[in-house]
Write a protein that binds this ligand. Structure first.
Ligand SMILES: *Cc1c(COP(=O)(O)O)cnc(C)c1O
Length: 462
Protein backbone atom coordinates (compact mmCIF):
# COMPACT_ATOMS: atom_id res chain seq x y z
CA UNK A 1 0.00 0.00 0.00
CA UNK A 2 2.78 2.45 0.84
CA UNK A 3 4.37 1.80 -2.56
CA UNK A 4 1.07 2.58 -4.18
CA UNK A 5 0.90 5.71 -2.06
CA UNK A 6 4.23 6.90 -3.41
CA UNK A 7 2.98 6.86 -6.97
CA UNK A 8 0.13 9.27 -6.51
CA UNK A 9 1.18 12.91 -6.06
CA UNK A 10 -0.28 15.21 -3.44
CA UNK A 11 -1.88 17.19 -6.21
CA UNK A 12 -3.10 15.77 -9.47
CA UNK A 13 -3.06 18.63 -11.91
CA UNK A 14 -4.41 18.55 -15.41
CA UNK A 15 -2.89 20.65 -18.15
CA UNK A 16 -4.68 23.64 -19.61
CA UNK A 17 -5.61 21.55 -22.65
CA UNK A 18 -7.41 19.10 -20.44
CA UNK A 19 -9.97 21.62 -19.21
CA UNK A 20 -13.27 20.27 -20.57
CA UNK A 21 -14.38 21.78 -23.88
CA UNK A 22 -17.94 20.56 -23.40
CA UNK A 23 -20.24 20.46 -20.40
CA UNK A 24 -21.94 17.17 -19.61
CA UNK A 25 -25.71 17.24 -19.29
CA UNK A 26 -26.55 14.49 -16.82
CA UNK A 27 -30.27 14.70 -17.64
CA UNK A 28 -29.63 13.13 -21.04
CA UNK A 29 -28.79 9.85 -19.31
CA UNK A 30 -31.62 9.93 -16.77
CA UNK A 31 -34.50 7.56 -17.44
CA UNK A 32 -36.75 9.51 -15.10
CA UNK A 33 -36.20 13.10 -16.15
CA UNK A 34 -36.41 15.87 -13.55
CA UNK A 35 -39.94 17.28 -13.42
CA UNK A 36 -40.45 20.44 -15.50
CA UNK A 37 -40.82 23.89 -13.94
CA UNK A 38 -44.45 24.98 -13.80
CA UNK A 39 -46.05 28.34 -14.38
CA UNK A 40 -47.57 29.17 -10.96
CA UNK A 41 -50.52 30.85 -12.65
CA UNK A 42 -51.59 28.06 -15.00
CA UNK A 43 -50.03 25.01 -13.32
CA UNK A 44 -48.67 24.05 -16.78
CA UNK A 45 -45.00 23.46 -17.70
CA UNK A 46 -43.23 26.74 -18.40
CA UNK A 47 -42.64 27.33 -22.08
CA UNK A 48 -39.38 28.67 -23.46
CA UNK A 49 -41.20 31.88 -24.30
CA UNK A 50 -42.48 32.38 -20.75
CA UNK A 51 -39.01 31.68 -19.37
CA UNK A 52 -37.29 34.11 -21.70
CA UNK A 53 -38.89 37.05 -19.85
CA UNK A 54 -36.85 36.05 -16.79
CA UNK A 55 -33.79 34.23 -18.16
CA UNK A 56 -31.44 34.73 -21.13
CA UNK A 57 -32.45 32.89 -24.26
CA UNK A 58 -29.57 30.40 -24.48
CA UNK A 59 -29.85 29.61 -20.79
CA UNK A 60 -33.53 28.83 -21.32
CA UNK A 61 -32.52 26.34 -24.03
CA UNK A 62 -30.03 24.74 -21.65
CA UNK A 63 -32.63 24.67 -18.89
CA UNK A 64 -35.09 22.78 -21.05
CA UNK A 65 -32.63 20.44 -22.77
CA UNK A 66 -33.10 16.94 -21.34
CA UNK A 67 -31.59 15.08 -24.26
CA UNK A 68 -28.25 16.53 -25.45
CA UNK A 69 -25.51 14.83 -23.43
CA UNK A 70 -22.64 17.20 -24.34
CA UNK A 71 -22.91 20.94 -24.88
CA UNK A 72 -19.98 22.96 -26.28
CA UNK A 73 -18.40 25.48 -23.93
CA UNK A 74 -18.00 28.73 -25.89
CA UNK A 75 -14.35 29.68 -26.51
CA UNK A 76 -14.64 32.90 -24.44
CA UNK A 77 -15.79 30.90 -21.42
CA UNK A 78 -13.02 28.34 -21.97
CA UNK A 79 -10.53 31.22 -22.00
CA UNK A 80 -11.92 32.63 -18.75
CA UNK A 81 -11.76 29.15 -17.17
CA UNK A 82 -8.04 29.11 -18.01
CA UNK A 83 -7.44 31.97 -15.53
CA UNK A 84 -8.28 29.74 -12.58
CA UNK A 85 -8.76 26.22 -13.87
CA UNK A 86 -8.04 23.35 -13.93
CA UNK A 87 -8.47 23.14 -10.19
CA UNK A 88 -6.35 20.62 -8.31
CA UNK A 89 -7.50 17.24 -7.12
CA UNK A 90 -5.64 16.79 -3.85
CA UNK A 91 -4.76 13.55 -2.14
CA UNK A 92 -5.37 14.28 1.54
CA UNK A 93 -2.32 12.34 2.74
CA UNK A 94 -1.99 14.54 5.82
CA UNK A 95 -5.61 14.09 6.83
CA UNK A 96 -5.37 10.33 6.24
CA UNK A 97 -2.34 10.23 8.54
CA UNK A 98 -4.04 12.33 11.22
CA UNK A 99 -7.07 10.02 11.13
CA UNK A 100 -4.85 6.93 10.98
CA UNK A 101 -7.21 5.53 8.37
CA UNK A 102 -6.58 3.04 5.58
CA UNK A 103 -9.05 5.03 3.45
CA UNK A 104 -7.68 7.04 0.55
CA UNK A 105 -9.12 10.52 0.57
CA UNK A 106 -9.14 12.98 -2.31
CA UNK A 107 -10.71 16.40 -2.57
CA UNK A 108 -11.40 18.63 -5.55
CA UNK A 109 -10.54 22.16 -4.48
CA UNK A 110 -12.66 24.90 -6.06
CA UNK A 111 -11.67 27.74 -3.73
CA UNK A 112 -8.74 29.04 -5.74
CA UNK A 113 -10.32 32.19 -7.16
CA UNK A 114 -11.41 35.49 -5.61
CA UNK A 115 -15.02 34.36 -5.17
CA UNK A 116 -13.60 31.61 -2.98
CA UNK A 117 -15.94 29.00 -4.40
CA UNK A 118 -17.05 26.91 -7.38
CA UNK A 119 -19.72 29.50 -8.23
CA UNK A 120 -17.53 31.29 -10.77
CA UNK A 121 -17.89 28.28 -13.10
CA UNK A 122 -21.53 29.13 -13.72
CA UNK A 123 -21.31 32.91 -13.15
CA UNK A 124 -19.06 33.40 -16.16
CA UNK A 125 -21.31 31.22 -18.33
CA UNK A 126 -24.49 33.05 -17.35
CA UNK A 127 -22.91 36.50 -17.73
CA UNK A 128 -21.50 35.48 -21.11
CA UNK A 129 -24.94 34.52 -22.50
CA UNK A 130 -26.47 37.73 -21.11
CA UNK A 131 -23.79 39.80 -22.81
CA UNK A 132 -24.18 37.87 -26.06
CA UNK A 133 -27.90 38.63 -26.01
CA UNK A 134 -27.09 42.34 -25.79
CA UNK A 135 -28.55 42.87 -22.30
CA UNK A 136 -27.66 45.85 -20.13
CA UNK A 137 -27.31 43.86 -16.96
CA UNK A 138 -28.49 41.08 -14.66
CA UNK A 139 -30.00 40.82 -11.19
CA UNK A 140 -29.46 38.14 -8.59
CA UNK A 141 -29.60 37.24 -4.92
CA UNK A 142 -26.77 36.11 -2.73
CA UNK A 143 -26.72 34.48 0.68
CA UNK A 144 -23.29 34.29 2.23
CA UNK A 145 -21.98 36.26 -0.73
CA UNK A 146 -19.95 33.78 -2.79
CA UNK A 147 -22.42 33.78 -5.66
CA UNK A 148 -22.71 37.56 -5.68
CA UNK A 149 -18.93 37.83 -5.67
CA UNK A 150 -18.53 35.32 -8.46
CA UNK A 151 -21.14 37.08 -10.56
CA UNK A 152 -19.60 40.51 -9.86
CA UNK A 153 -16.30 39.18 -11.16
CA UNK A 154 -17.92 37.79 -14.29
CA UNK A 155 -19.97 40.96 -14.93
CA UNK A 156 -16.95 43.21 -14.40
CA UNK A 157 -14.98 41.10 -16.88
CA UNK A 158 -17.70 41.36 -19.53
CA UNK A 159 -18.89 44.91 -18.81
CA UNK A 160 -22.41 44.09 -17.56
CA UNK A 161 -24.37 45.89 -14.82
CA UNK A 162 -25.24 43.83 -11.76
CA UNK A 163 -27.84 44.34 -9.02
CA UNK A 164 -27.37 41.98 -6.06
CA UNK A 165 -29.99 41.39 -3.36
CA UNK A 166 -28.04 40.11 -0.37
CA UNK A 167 -29.74 38.28 2.52
CA UNK A 168 -29.85 40.93 5.26
CA UNK A 169 -28.15 38.86 7.97
CA UNK A 170 -25.20 38.24 5.65
CA UNK A 171 -25.15 41.86 4.47
CA UNK A 172 -24.70 42.89 8.07
CA UNK A 173 -22.46 40.05 9.27
CA UNK A 174 -20.28 39.81 6.18
CA UNK A 175 -19.29 43.36 5.24
CA UNK A 176 -16.10 42.17 3.58
CA UNK A 177 -17.82 40.07 0.97
CA UNK A 178 -20.25 42.91 0.36
CA UNK A 179 -17.33 45.25 -0.29
CA UNK A 180 -15.64 42.78 -2.61
CA UNK A 181 -18.82 42.83 -4.73
CA UNK A 182 -18.90 46.62 -4.77
CA UNK A 183 -15.22 46.67 -5.67
CA UNK A 184 -16.12 44.66 -8.76
CA UNK A 185 -18.82 47.23 -9.54
CA UNK A 186 -22.02 45.53 -8.29
CA UNK A 187 -24.88 47.42 -6.63
CA UNK A 188 -25.65 45.56 -3.38
CA UNK A 189 -28.99 45.89 -1.52
CA UNK A 190 -29.85 44.15 1.78
CA UNK A 191 -32.93 41.93 1.42
CA UNK A 192 -35.78 42.25 2.22
CA UNK A 193 -35.65 45.84 1.04
CA UNK A 194 -38.10 48.61 0.24
CA UNK A 195 -36.85 48.78 -3.37
CA UNK A 196 -39.32 46.10 -4.53
CA UNK A 197 -43.02 45.45 -3.98
CA UNK A 198 -42.37 41.93 -2.75
CA UNK A 199 -39.71 43.19 -0.32
CA UNK A 200 -42.16 45.73 1.11
CA UNK A 201 -44.79 43.04 1.50
CA UNK A 202 -42.45 40.65 3.33
CA UNK A 203 -41.23 43.47 5.60
CA UNK A 204 -44.82 44.41 6.46
CA UNK A 205 -45.55 40.82 7.48
CA UNK A 206 -42.20 40.08 9.20
CA UNK A 207 -40.65 43.42 10.20
CA UNK A 208 -37.76 41.80 12.12
CA UNK A 209 -36.82 39.19 9.55
CA UNK A 210 -33.10 38.73 8.88
CA UNK A 211 -34.03 37.63 5.37
CA UNK A 212 -33.67 34.39 3.50
CA UNK A 213 -32.44 33.29 0.12
CA UNK A 214 -36.01 32.64 -1.00
CA UNK A 215 -36.94 36.20 -0.16
CA UNK A 216 -33.91 37.69 -1.91
CA UNK A 217 -34.75 35.62 -5.01
CA UNK A 218 -38.23 37.19 -5.11
CA UNK A 219 -36.74 40.67 -5.02
CA UNK A 220 -34.11 39.94 -7.66
CA UNK A 221 -36.70 38.44 -10.02
CA UNK A 222 -38.96 41.45 -9.58
CA UNK A 223 -36.05 43.80 -10.26
CA UNK A 224 -35.23 41.88 -13.46
CA UNK A 225 -38.78 41.95 -14.77
CA UNK A 226 -39.35 45.62 -13.96
CA UNK A 227 -36.03 46.95 -15.36
CA UNK A 228 -35.61 47.09 -19.15
CA UNK A 229 -32.66 45.14 -20.55
CA UNK A 230 -32.19 43.05 -17.41
CA UNK A 231 -32.59 39.36 -16.80
CA UNK A 232 -32.37 37.32 -13.65
CA UNK A 233 -29.61 34.80 -12.99
CA UNK A 234 -29.45 32.19 -10.25
CA UNK A 235 -26.33 30.60 -8.77
CA UNK A 236 -27.69 27.17 -7.89
CA UNK A 237 -30.72 24.86 -8.11
CA UNK A 238 -31.39 25.24 -11.86
CA UNK A 239 -30.48 22.58 -14.41
CA UNK A 240 -28.33 25.06 -16.35
CA UNK A 241 -26.21 25.70 -13.23
CA UNK A 242 -25.63 21.99 -12.69
CA UNK A 243 -24.67 21.76 -16.35
CA UNK A 244 -21.99 24.47 -16.02
CA UNK A 245 -20.72 22.92 -12.79
CA UNK A 246 -20.10 19.62 -14.57
CA UNK A 247 -16.57 20.97 -15.26
CA UNK A 248 -15.82 20.02 -11.64
CA UNK A 249 -16.77 16.39 -12.12
CA UNK A 250 -15.27 16.09 -15.61
CA UNK A 251 -11.91 17.37 -14.36
CA UNK A 252 -12.10 15.14 -11.28
CA UNK A 253 -12.77 12.10 -13.43
CA UNK A 254 -9.96 12.98 -15.87
CA UNK A 255 -7.51 13.36 -12.98
CA UNK A 256 -8.54 10.07 -11.34
CA UNK A 257 -8.40 8.27 -14.68
CA UNK A 258 -4.75 9.31 -15.11
CA UNK A 259 -3.88 7.09 -12.18
CA UNK A 260 -6.58 4.50 -12.72
CA UNK A 261 -8.26 5.45 -9.50
CA UNK A 262 -11.87 4.37 -9.08
CA UNK A 263 -13.64 6.05 -6.18
CA UNK A 264 -15.96 4.02 -3.97
CA UNK A 265 -17.64 7.04 -2.56
CA UNK A 266 -18.30 10.60 -3.74
CA UNK A 267 -19.37 13.15 -1.15
CA UNK A 268 -20.48 16.74 -1.52
CA UNK A 269 -22.31 19.39 0.43
CA UNK A 270 -25.74 20.33 -0.85
CA UNK A 271 -27.38 23.72 -0.61
CA UNK A 272 -29.26 24.05 -3.87
CA UNK A 273 -27.26 21.15 -5.27
CA UNK A 274 -25.06 22.74 -7.93
CA UNK A 275 -21.57 21.74 -6.80
CA UNK A 276 -22.72 18.25 -5.94
CA UNK A 277 -24.61 17.91 -9.22
CA UNK A 278 -21.49 19.06 -11.06
CA UNK A 279 -19.06 16.88 -9.10
CA UNK A 280 -21.05 13.70 -9.49
CA UNK A 281 -22.21 14.30 -13.09
CA UNK A 282 -19.86 12.00 -15.04
CA UNK A 283 -19.88 9.39 -12.27
CA UNK A 284 -23.67 9.39 -12.01
CA UNK A 285 -23.72 9.18 -15.81
CA UNK A 286 -21.75 5.93 -15.63
CA UNK A 287 -24.05 4.69 -12.92
CA UNK A 288 -27.15 5.52 -14.96
CA UNK A 289 -25.72 3.80 -18.03
CA UNK A 290 -24.85 0.74 -15.93
CA UNK A 291 -21.10 1.10 -16.52
CA UNK A 292 -19.98 1.57 -12.93
CA UNK A 293 -21.33 1.96 -9.43
CA UNK A 294 -20.52 4.58 -6.83
CA UNK A 295 -21.89 5.47 -3.43
CA UNK A 296 -22.93 9.10 -3.68
CA UNK A 297 -23.70 11.14 -0.58
CA UNK A 298 -25.22 14.61 -0.29
CA UNK A 299 -24.53 16.37 3.00
CA UNK A 300 -26.86 19.05 4.31
CA UNK A 301 -27.21 21.02 7.54
CA UNK A 302 -29.44 19.46 10.21
CA UNK A 303 -30.95 22.94 10.56
CA UNK A 304 -32.07 23.03 6.92
CA UNK A 305 -32.60 19.36 6.00
CA UNK A 306 -34.37 19.45 2.60
CA UNK A 307 -33.37 15.95 1.47
CA UNK A 308 -33.53 14.07 4.74
CA UNK A 309 -36.70 15.62 6.17
CA UNK A 310 -38.30 17.45 3.25
CA UNK A 311 -41.22 16.49 1.04
CA UNK A 312 -40.86 15.70 -2.67
CA UNK A 313 -43.39 18.06 -4.17
CA UNK A 314 -43.92 21.12 -6.33
CA UNK A 315 -43.00 24.26 -4.47
CA UNK A 316 -42.01 27.85 -5.03
CA UNK A 317 -38.29 28.57 -5.27
CA UNK A 318 -38.83 31.86 -3.44
CA UNK A 319 -40.54 33.15 -0.31
CA UNK A 320 -42.50 35.76 -2.25
CA UNK A 321 -44.11 32.99 -4.31
CA UNK A 322 -43.63 34.75 -7.64
CA UNK A 323 -41.12 32.30 -9.14
CA UNK A 324 -41.91 29.19 -11.17
CA UNK A 325 -42.79 26.02 -9.29
CA UNK A 326 -40.15 23.33 -9.10
CA UNK A 327 -40.66 19.72 -8.06
CA UNK A 328 -38.05 19.14 -5.42
CA UNK A 329 -37.31 17.93 -1.94
CA UNK A 330 -38.44 20.96 0.02
CA UNK A 331 -39.08 22.21 3.52
CA UNK A 332 -41.65 24.66 2.14
CA UNK A 333 -40.80 28.06 0.68
CA UNK A 334 -41.74 29.81 3.94
CA UNK A 335 -39.12 27.79 5.87
CA UNK A 336 -36.38 30.02 7.26
CA UNK A 337 -33.54 28.35 9.18
CA UNK A 338 -33.03 29.51 12.75
CA UNK A 339 -30.97 32.71 13.10
CA UNK A 340 -28.13 30.90 14.89
CA UNK A 341 -27.49 28.82 11.76
CA UNK A 342 -24.04 29.88 10.55
CA UNK A 343 -22.95 27.31 8.04
CA UNK A 344 -24.57 28.41 4.77
CA UNK A 345 -26.64 25.98 2.66
CA UNK A 346 -29.77 27.85 3.74
CA UNK A 347 -32.03 27.20 0.74
CA UNK A 348 -35.36 25.49 1.53
CA UNK A 349 -35.38 23.26 -1.56
CA UNK A 350 -33.04 21.23 -3.75
CA UNK A 351 -32.20 20.98 -7.47
CA UNK A 352 -34.90 19.14 -9.40
CA UNK A 353 -32.25 16.91 -11.00
CA UNK A 354 -30.78 15.81 -7.68
CA UNK A 355 -34.27 15.48 -6.18
CA UNK A 356 -35.22 13.00 -8.90
CA UNK A 357 -31.97 11.05 -8.49
CA UNK A 358 -32.49 10.92 -4.73
CA UNK A 359 -36.08 9.82 -5.14
CA UNK A 360 -34.86 7.07 -7.49
CA UNK A 361 -32.43 6.00 -4.71
CA UNK A 362 -29.41 6.64 -6.91
CA UNK A 363 -27.87 8.74 -4.16
CA UNK A 364 -28.07 9.15 -0.38
CA UNK A 365 -28.21 12.12 1.95
CA UNK A 366 -27.03 12.86 5.48
CA UNK A 367 -27.80 15.79 7.74
CA UNK A 368 -25.07 17.03 10.10
CA UNK A 369 -25.10 19.50 12.98
CA UNK A 370 -23.12 22.69 12.70
CA UNK A 371 -20.83 22.25 15.70
CA UNK A 372 -19.70 18.91 14.30
CA UNK A 373 -19.19 20.61 10.93
CA UNK A 374 -16.90 23.24 12.44
CA UNK A 375 -15.00 20.54 14.37
CA UNK A 376 -14.33 18.84 11.05
CA UNK A 377 -13.40 22.17 9.45
CA UNK A 378 -10.83 22.86 12.13
CA UNK A 379 -9.37 19.38 12.03
CA UNK A 380 -9.03 19.66 8.25
CA UNK A 381 -7.54 23.18 8.33
CA UNK A 382 -4.89 22.15 10.82
CA UNK A 383 -3.53 19.30 8.73
CA UNK A 384 -4.35 20.18 5.12
CA UNK A 385 -3.55 23.88 5.34
CA UNK A 386 -6.71 25.17 3.66
CA UNK A 387 -9.25 27.09 5.74
CA UNK A 388 -12.46 25.57 4.40
CA UNK A 389 -15.80 27.30 3.85
CA UNK A 390 -18.42 26.17 6.38
CA UNK A 391 -20.50 24.86 3.46
CA UNK A 392 -17.63 22.70 2.20
CA UNK A 393 -17.02 21.50 5.74
CA UNK A 394 -20.29 19.58 5.65
CA UNK A 395 -18.64 17.32 3.08
CA UNK A 396 -15.45 17.17 5.15
CA UNK A 397 -17.50 16.01 8.16
CA UNK A 398 -18.93 13.03 6.33
CA UNK A 399 -15.63 12.24 4.56
CA UNK A 400 -13.95 12.08 7.97
CA UNK A 401 -16.78 9.97 9.42
CA UNK A 402 -16.49 7.53 6.53
CA UNK A 403 -12.68 7.40 6.81
CA UNK A 404 -13.02 6.62 10.52
CA UNK A 405 -15.44 3.81 9.69
CA UNK A 406 -12.76 2.41 7.37
CA UNK A 407 -10.34 2.51 10.28
CA UNK A 408 -12.69 0.27 12.24
CA UNK A 409 -13.37 -2.15 9.43
CA UNK A 410 -9.92 -2.00 7.84
CA UNK A 411 -11.43 -1.23 4.44
CA UNK A 412 -9.26 0.79 2.05
CA UNK A 413 -12.06 2.72 0.48
CA UNK A 414 -11.35 5.55 -1.91
CA UNK A 415 -13.28 8.64 -0.91
CA UNK A 416 -13.60 11.73 -3.11
CA UNK A 417 -15.19 14.86 -1.78
CA UNK A 418 -15.83 18.34 -3.09
CA UNK A 419 -13.99 21.11 -1.25
CA UNK A 420 -16.10 23.88 -2.71
CA UNK A 421 -14.36 26.89 -1.22
CA UNK A 422 -12.48 28.82 1.41
CA UNK A 423 -13.84 30.34 4.62
CA UNK A 424 -11.87 33.57 5.04
CA UNK A 425 -15.06 35.62 5.05
CA UNK A 426 -16.80 33.34 7.51
CA UNK A 427 -14.71 34.23 10.53
CA UNK A 428 -17.68 35.46 12.56
CA UNK A 429 -18.95 31.88 12.49
CA UNK A 430 -15.50 30.49 13.26
CA UNK A 431 -15.23 32.99 16.12
CA UNK A 432 -18.49 31.70 17.59
CA UNK A 433 -17.21 28.17 17.33
CA UNK A 434 -13.81 29.06 18.84
CA UNK A 435 -15.52 30.84 21.74
CA UNK A 436 -17.66 27.78 22.41
CA UNK A 437 -20.76 29.81 21.66
CA UNK A 438 -22.01 27.86 18.69
CA UNK A 439 -25.11 25.79 19.28
CA UNK A 440 -27.12 23.37 17.18
CA UNK A 441 -30.70 24.02 16.34
CA UNK A 442 -32.66 21.25 14.73
CA UNK A 443 -36.15 22.20 13.56
CA UNK A 444 -38.95 20.19 15.14
CA UNK A 445 -41.33 18.11 13.03
CA UNK A 446 -43.88 20.77 13.87
CA UNK A 447 -41.70 23.58 12.48
CA UNK A 448 -41.33 21.68 9.21
CA UNK A 449 -44.97 20.62 9.04
CA UNK A 450 -45.98 24.27 9.36
CA UNK A 451 -44.14 25.38 6.22
CA UNK A 452 -44.86 22.17 4.32
CA UNK A 453 -48.59 22.75 4.95
CA UNK A 454 -48.24 25.88 2.81
CA UNK A 455 -47.04 24.01 -0.29
CA UNK A 456 -48.91 25.31 -3.34
CA UNK A 457 -51.89 23.45 -4.73
CA UNK A 458 -50.84 21.87 -7.99
CA UNK A 459 -52.95 19.51 -10.12
CA UNK A 460 -52.01 15.95 -9.14
CA UNK A 461 -50.44 17.07 -5.88
CA UNK A 462 -52.53 16.68 -2.76
C1 LIG B 1 -22.91 28.29 -2.53
C2 LIG B 1 -21.93 27.37 -1.96
C3 LIG B 1 -22.28 26.04 -1.69
C4 LIG B 1 -23.65 25.46 -1.86
O1 LIG B 1 -24.24 25.63 -3.10
P1 LIG B 1 -24.62 24.39 -4.03
O2 LIG B 1 -25.40 24.99 -5.13
O3 LIG B 1 -25.39 23.41 -3.23
O4 LIG B 1 -23.34 23.84 -4.50
C5 LIG B 1 -21.29 25.21 -1.19
N1 LIG B 1 -20.06 25.64 -0.95
C6 LIG B 1 -19.68 26.92 -1.19
C7 LIG B 1 -18.29 27.33 -0.87
C8 LIG B 1 -20.61 27.81 -1.70
O5 LIG B 1 -20.24 29.06 -1.94
Amino acid sequence: MSENKMKIPYKIYLSENEIPKQWYNLRADMKNKPAPLLNPGTGKPLTAEEMSGIFCKELVDQELDDTTPYIDIPQEIQDFYKMYRPSPLVRAYCLEKALDTPAKIYYKFEGNNTSGSHKLNSAIAQAYYAKKQGLKGVTTETGAGQWGTALSMACAYLGLDLKVYMVKVSYEQKPFRREVMRTYGAEVTPSPSTTTEVGKKILAEFPNTTGSLGCAISEAVEAAVTNDGYRYVLGSVLNQVLLHQSVIGLETKAALDKYNIKPDMIIGCAGGGSNLGGLIAPFMGEKLRGEADYQIIAVEPASCPSFTRGTYAYDFCDTGMICPLAKMYTLGSSFIPSANHAGGLRFHGMSTTLSQLYDDKLMEARAVEQTSVFEAAEQFARVEGILPAPESSHAIRVAIDEALKCKETGEEKTIVFGLTGTGYFDMVAYEKFNDGEMSDYIPTDEDIAKSVAKLPKVPGQE
